[in-house]
Design a protein around this ligand. Sequence first.
Ligand SMILES: Nc1ncnc2c1ncn2[C@@H]1O[C@H](COP(=O)(O)OP(=O)(O)OP(=O)(O)O)[C@@H](O)[C@H]1O
Ligand SMILES: [Mg+2]
Length: 237
Amino acid sequence: MDNGIFVTGTDTGIGKTVIAAGLAGALKAKGVDVGVMKPVATGAIKTAGGLVSDDVRFLMDVADCTDDWELVNPVTLEPPLSPLQACMADGCEIQLERIQQAYLELSNRHDFIVVEGIGGILVPIKEGYFVSHMIRDLGVPAVIVARPGLGTINHTLLTIKEARRMSLKLKGFIINWMREQKAGYAETTNPELIKNLSHIPLLGVLPFDSKIDVCGLEKGDLISMTLKHVDIDKILS
Ligand SMILES: Nc1ncnc2c1ncn2[C@@H]1O[C@H](COP(=O)(O)OP(=O)(O)OP(=O)(O)O)[C@@H](O)[C@H]1O
Ligand SMILES: [Mg+2]
């Protein structure tokens, strides 16, 4: 059994936070002691208590997480940019050791860690270091979140190709934001087709739920929906 997963995606805004939070909540509902982590968050909002990332708030809320913010999110940056560019704009440098140490500490506390990446697999963290390197260094298998519609075959296969080039372990992919009533031929056939073309497991197809809102901290039926539509046992195996 793996002791964690790294949720990446084919793009930014694809549903990584929603899927990662849903998986953490679903695992918790199944009795697993699960921790959550967002190693690097950008676009954080300045508050009286410091920088706050909506993604981290949502992950911690849905997973009922009581770990310290610094462990869950060791690097919080304000510019809404890739980490490399946010650091260039802010004149800071990301300490990768802090991320490793936080992950180790969370792994000691919990049986399973759900990590949310940032953007897609080739988003730069620092010079010469991409999200794919972070997945490799944390040593957990990746779950790829993809959208249902036209164009997703290309984006998903490219992401899988890069993961394979980096010898990353791939747990599978999840299609997010499926609107059954509005689904055309592409949406209906893409999940199985990507599975057959890539030879990686299709872990589930999560529907669109208008009650979900990451920024508004609204989880709607996310946990029950994840339990129903995602193969949670495969996530653990
Ligand atoms: N299945 C869904 N049903 C309804 N809304 C969703 C669903 N998935 C995602 N969303 C909404 O879409 C937006 C983007 O989702 P999310 O924040 O999870 O993407 P992300 O990949 O984590 O983005 P980022 O790259 O900024 O971290 C959010 O406002 C979220 O509430
Ligand atoms: Mg996110």
